[in-house]
Design a protein around this ligand. Sequence first.
Ligand code: KIV
Length: 272
Amino acid sequence: MSTAKKDIKKITTHILQRMKVQEEKIAMLTAYDYSMARIFDAAGIDILLVGDSASNVMAGHETTLPITLDQMIYHAQSVIRAINRAFVVVDLPFGTYQGDSKMALKSAIRIMKESGAHSVKLEGGAEVKDSIKRILSAGIPVMGHLGLTPQSIYKFGTYTVRAKEEAEAQKLIEDAKLLENIGCFGIVLEKIPAKLGKKVSETISIPTIGIGAGPHCDGQVLVSHDLLGITKDFHPRFLRRYLELFDTIKGAVEHYISDVKSVNFPGEKEQY
Ligand code: KIV
């Protein structure tokens, strides 16, 4: 049961822009490896994000800060090998773009050259303007990320909803306009009030992709391990789990262990 328009051969930034204009919602998910990316692409996902959330769900770190550029490139290469249709965005990891626009461009070029990805995403507004401009000047599409920006977790102190106060909401709107003006093709809005998600989506002409930012964004993104129930003890209000794969896989492995121990596996037809 997929409502994706599979007649579209390959998703591009132009198609994403057209989807906003035609009010067709954009579906985005994270992917970090070949096998999962293949399934998501076959299902008709519009955008695959090789997110730095790989640091959490693939490597087991508490935050997104430790993941390296080499590790992000490895994940991106695996995802790119799997896709036919989806547009692939890769996160620039912490420490590879802030404060030095030349380093930002170098990092983005490595991702594009070594993985074959289609674009990069980075967190922040006015503070990273120069880095975004320089990356764009090389013809690399850039996606912004505002609201809760996990690479700044030690500045925020918590993962609670951002921009509830007027001043922060106003800064977020100004940052969104700035990202649009300098040429970003889209913006992720993470964990902000739905009302603000609506306002930003109506104010700017590029697509907004929400995660905990309400239904009025032009698209939605979730971390695939959360949607599939592979992660277990994570229950933010915005998350809808479509499967409980942790329990399903655990049950299958328990069954396998029991079959091995009882010499029920391999059976007659499972040997040479
Ligand atoms: O890294 C990631 O998974 C992300 C999403 C939360 C948007 O940036």
